[in-house]
Design a protein around this ligand. Structure first.
Ligand code: TRP
Length: 333
């Protein structure tokens, strides 16, 4: 049996944090065994925010190194850089002809971005979902692992796939389905600011690349409260969040030790935070070391990128040929 195809893109902005790791990345690592996976770095998408050439290059290298350090295996999954596969932009051009201004303007991500960067509402921002659809459809993906924020973009990709099939009376594109992980596999990591989940833009995140000193500083500053006054009281959100983090990175006996102290009101948050910081460090330090090693190994990075580009182009060229045939492009020479 042929394995179903999975495609997912990662924008090269910023560092991976613990939330990304326990949310998406660990599931990518599991998926690479059971699916025909294409994971790519969406460097063309990132141009919508106008990065400098230096930032773009550094960002691409950093995410590639980070994903490899986390355990994405280039022998199992096809890991590539979007701009290394020109077939994607060619398909994007064709898909643009059947994407309509009205539907693109109505997407919430476009409206959000237009509000966030009112001086840079470029056409790339408007057609972001079309490029994303091209990323997905070029490999005839069956599944796309996406978070809540990308559901609408995937819905557009599904719409564009069906529309293309209908217009050209073909079945060239499967309709890509969202890949959702069941509850146990999807660990929601809270932030350090007392509410909500860990996120880059929330400024409450601990990056995998963070050095121990910075981790200690961030954890010691995490929001708590004045401490319990009644035995066995329920924990307010900021305190509950610290316990949730502890459950993720510490051993069960450490968790029950602080739980008992909370319940008899003898807890000192400083002690809990110290322990939490050390346990986060034990978790992230090996990953950080690998990131640093890989970032120093340009030859390895080049080898991975070349191998990924070759595999991705092979798959992409096949689809593009079919698509061009359907559209009616016929070489006259
Ligand atoms: N839009 C996605 C994000 O912001 C990145 C992305 C680009 C993507 N192309 C994709 C995700 C294709 C899944 C499939 O995170």
């Amino acid at each position: 049996m042929k394995k179903p195809t999975v495609v997912s893109g990662i924008r090269p902005t910023g560092y991976l944090h613990l939330g990304n790791y326990f949310g998406a990345v660990r599931n990518f690592i599991r998926m690479q065994n059971d699916y025909n996976c294409y994971f790519f770095i969406a460097d063309i998408h990132s141009l919508t925010t106008h990065p400098t050439p230096e930032n773009l290059q550094a960002g691409v290298k950093q995410v590639l190194a980070e994903y490899l350090a986390c355990g994405i295996d280039p022998e199992k999954a096809t890991i590539f850089i979007q701009s290394d596969v020109p077939e994607i932009t060619e398909l994007y051009t064709f898909m643009n002809m059947n994407a309509y201004l009205g539907e693109l303007e109505r997407t919430t991500s476009f409206k959000d971005k237009a509000r966030q960067q009112p001086d840079n509402v470029n056409a790339g921002l408007l057609t972001y979902p079309v490029l994303m659809a091209a990323d997905i459809l070029i490999h005839k993906a069956h599944f796309v692992p996406v978070g809540k924020d990308q559901e609408q973009n995937l819905e557009m990709a599904r719409k564009f796939a069906k529309r293309f099939n209908r217009i050209y009376n073909s079945e060239v594109f499967p309709t890509p389905k969202p890949f959702t992980f069941d509850g146990a596999d999807m660990i929601k990591v809270p932030g350090l600011d007392g509410s909500g989940k860990m996120g880059k833009s929330e400024g409450n995140a601990i990056n995998l690349y963070e050095d121990p000193k910075a981790i200690r500083k961030k954890v010691m500053r995490a929001v708590t409260d004045a401490g319990p006054t009644e035995p066995n009281s329920t924990k307010p959100e900021p305190v509950e969040n610290l316990f949730t983090l502890l459950k993720i990175v510490s051993t069960p006996d450490v968790v029950s030790h602080f739980d008992a102290q909370y319940n008899d009101c003898s807890i000192r948050y400083g002690d809990l935070k110290k322990q939490l910081a050390e346990d986060i460090i034990s978790y992230t330090e090996p990953i950080r070391t690998r990131i640093i090693d890989i970032l120093h190994d340009d030859e390895y990075l080049a080898k991975v990128a070349r191998m990924g580009a070759e595999k991705a182009r092979e798959s992409a060229a096949k689809t593009l040929n079919e698509v061009k045939g359907l559209i009616g492009f016929k070489r006259l020479f």
